[in-house]
Design a protein around this ligand. Structure first.
Ligand SMILES: Cc1ncc(COP(=O)(O)O)c(C=O)c1O
Length: 449
């Protein structure tokens, strides 16, 4: 059992073993009850320490993929009920369209240090509410970050939130009322559509091109429907991964100003972008800006922020206090600590580097397999692509064969329209199952005689 462990890879060795064993079970349809080679043999064949192999196997036991049997070692687990079977299948499946970094990409050391540091030194953060606008130390760090991106604001214009989701929720509750209409990008972020539906706000969809929203369509929507707001992902749009060009950014802002449309810039993938380019909020002071640490540091900490006018921040803070008594002071302190000691900056640098090299590999694989790629993204987490060779049903059959889970066909449309485009998470796509899946969708190679 050769696991092909790469010691120079940034993925920890134990995680590589977990992935490789999962792939082996999945790709070979290994029957429940099958005995794995002994830990000693697996370690010997792959030049690994036995403790790494044991740790990986134990993780798979926790996930229900393996069982540990006395005197027999590790065997492939047999799911006991249909719901357990479903859980087993989904645990073994690789969610190629996932919206965040997989666990294997998350780094724990600096985060664990910051958590210990805050627990040890900051009793108030362990036990007390945060202040309505959010922890001053965190807001100061956010202020510095914004200045580096040419968004020059006072700290009274920053409100911390429980992730970007709370920021968007507060904005929708405060700014709009049921029956209002707003423009959203299509394809776009599914949870935003759900949020707007929940609040009875109607959506007008503007097609997203690789350079930003389709300007002619946007102008027509603004003229005809007089929307109150426009939600937009400026950098590394979800799901296409593409960013606004400066020309499109200027035109969008001009149109919005002319028609009195409030622009809400949702920039949660901001730190995965390192190239040139200005945020809409840097070009226009009236833009409401939403940020988050979920995509880079931790989705579990739930720390994000909103930048808006002072009056708007006061209103948003009131709603925040009414609905949640504020954000988590502990989590805010942990994030502030990582921002202040420089480890967050280094973390996102490593993530960008790794995503950049994986992206090159995936784009090549897609090209070899004859897939069409939307706008060839140069940063961020996503690629939006579709097979030219096979229809959606055939692509899904191949995906299932290799244990790859694709997003729902209707997830990214505000109206629930189906598409054959797939959101491909670059960080998930380096798995061998994904390579095998793409290769299986490739055109038949000419036979060699
Ligand atoms: C475009 C976009 N906005 C907002 C969010 C929510 O982020 P958070 O986890 O910070 O609430 C996501 C998460 O996937 C997203 O993709």
């Amino acid at each position: 059992m050769e696991l092909r462990i790469d010691r120079r890879a940034l993925v920890p060795v134990v995680q590589q073993i977990v992935d490789a064993l999962t792939c082996w079970i999945r790709c070979n349809d290994v029957a429940p009850g099958t005995r794995l080679l002994s830990v000693r043999k697996i370690a010997h064949i792959n030049l690994l320490s036995q403790s790494c192999v044991v740790e990986a196997c134990e993780r798979l036991v926790v996930k229900g993929v393996l069982e540990s049997r006395h005197a027999a070692g590790y065997v492939v687990a047999s799911p006991v009920s249909s719901s357990a079977r479903q859980t087993h299948t989904s645990l073994c499946q690789l969610p190629l369209g996932d919206g965040g970094l997989p666990e294997s990409w998350r780094e724990t050391d600096d985060l664990a240090y910051a958590i210990r540091e805050v627990s040890r030194t900051d009793m108030a953060s362990l036990f007390n509410y945060s202040s309505p606008l959010g922890l001053p130390a965190l807001r100061q760090q956010i202020l510095k970050w914004l200045k580096q991106r040419k968004i020059n604001v006072e700290d009274s214009r920053i409100l911390t939130t429980a992730g970007a989701s709370q920021g968007l929720d507060l904005i929708v509750r405060t700014l709009f009322k049921p029956g209002d209409c707003v423009v959203v990008e299509s394809p776009g972020y599914p949870a935003l559509f759900d949020l707007l539906n929940l609040h009875g706000i109607s959506m007008l969809e503007v097609p997203r091109t690789p350079c930003g929203p389709d300007l002619a369509a946007l102008e027509a929507l603004m003229l005809k429907h007089r929307p109150r707001g426009l939600f937009i992902n400026s950098f590394h749009h979800n799901p296409t991964g593409c960013s606004l060009t400066p020309e499109v950014a200027q035109r969008v802002l001009h149109m919005a100003k002319e028609r009195g449309v409030q622009v809400i810039e949702d920039d949660v993938y901001a730190d995965l972008h390192s190239g040139p380019g200005k945020r809409l909020a840097a070009l226009d002071d009236g833009v409401i800006y939403v940020g988050s640490y979920s995509k880079t540091l931790s989705s579990s900490l739930r720390v994000g922020f909103v930048v808006a006018s002072v009056q708007m921040i006061v209103r948003l803070a009131e709603v925040k206090m009414i609905s949640s008594m504020g954000a988590s002071r502990f989590c805010e302190s942990v994030v502030a600590c990582l921002l202040a000691n420089g480890t967050y900056r280094q973390l996102v640098q490593r993530q960008r580097q790794r995503l950049n090299s994986e992206r090159q590999v995936i784009l090549q694989l897609l090209e070899d397999a004859g897939w069409e790629v939307f706008g060839k993204p140069v940063g961020g987490l996503f690629i939006w692509a579709r097979s030219r060779m096979q229809d959606d049903a055939q692509v899904r059959v191949q995906a299932r064969r290799f244990g790859v889970l694709l997003s729902s066909t209707t997830a990214f449309s505000p109206t629930g329209a189906a598409t054959d485009w797939q959101r491909i998470n670059v960080a998930c796509a380096c798995d061998p199952r994904v390579r095998a899946f793409f290769q299986a969708t490739a055109p038949d190679r000419p036979q060699a005689f």
